[in-house]
Design a protein around this ligand. Structure first.
Ligand code: FES
Length: 177
C-alpha cells in the first residue's frame, strides 16, 4: 500500500534523525549509539544504550537496535492499570505486563517497533501518533492494534510486540542487547 509505505518510510526517517542527531524535545532522547561507523557484522552483534531520563510518563521514543526500531515507553499509572485489568487468558499471546517488564519497573515498556504480522513499524511511539483503540500501538499497514503492554488485541498480527533482551545499567540508562 502506497500510503502505508509512506508512513513507514517517514518512521524510518524519524528514527534516523533521532539516532544521528539526538534531537532534544518531547518524546525524543539521545540514544547513545556509538557504532555509527562500525561494519555491518559488528553492528549486528552490538548493543544499544539509551538514556531514558527525559522520557516523561505517557511518552515514548523510537531508537534503533540492530538496524530495527525499538520503542521505549514510560507508562502512566492509568496505562499500567489498563494493562493489568485485562484477563490474560483471553489474549491471543497471553502475557502479563509484569512478564514483559523488569521487576519494580513495570512503567518501562521496551519492545521492538516491528509489527509481528508483516514487519511494518506501528504508530504510537512518536508524538501525536495514533495509538489505536487499546491505547498502545497501531499498525497502519493492516490494522493490528496493540494495548498498553504492547500485546496484540486486534487485527492480523499473531504475537505481541517482541521484548528484546535488555537491562538497566543505571536508573536512567537501558542497554538493549
Ligand atoms: S504488518 Fe502490521 S498489521 Fe500487517
Amino acid at each position: 500500500m502506497a500510503e502505508a509505505d509512506g508512513v513507514r518510510r517517514r518512521d524510518f526517517i524519524n528514527i534516523a534523525a533521532v539516532s544521528a542527531a539526538g534531537v532534544a524535545g518531547v518524546g525524543i532522547v539521545v540514544p547513545l549509539v556509538s557504532q555509527m561507523s562500525a561494519s555491518a557484522d559488528v553492528l549486528a552483534a552490538s548493543s544499544t544504550e539509551i538514556d531514558i531520563s527525559s522520557i516523561q510518563p505517557g511518552q515514548a521514543i523510537k531508537a534503533i537496535f540492530r538496524k530495527q526500531p525499538v520503542f521505549v515507553r514510560n507508562l502512566t499509572p492509568h496505562e499500567i492499570e489498563e494493562a493489568n485489568k485485562v484477563d490474560v487468558s483471553s489474549l491471543r499471546d497471553p502475557q502479563t505486563l509484569e512478564q514483559r517488564t523488569k521487576e519494580g519497573k513495570t512503567n518501562w515498556l521496551i519492545t521492538m517497533g516491528v509489527c509481528t504480522h508483516l514487519g511494518c513499524v506501528p504508530l504510537g511511539a512518536g508524538e501525536g501518533e495514533p495509538r489505536g483503540e487499546f491505547g498502545g500501538y497501531f499498525c497502519p499497514c493492516h490494522g493490528s492494534t496493540y494495548d498498553t503492554a504492547a500485546r496484540i488485541r486486534k487485527g492480523p498480527a499473531p504475537k505481541n510486540l517482541e521484548v528484546p533482551v535488555y537491562e538497566f545499567t543505571k536508573d536512567t540508562v537501558v542497554k538493549i542487547g
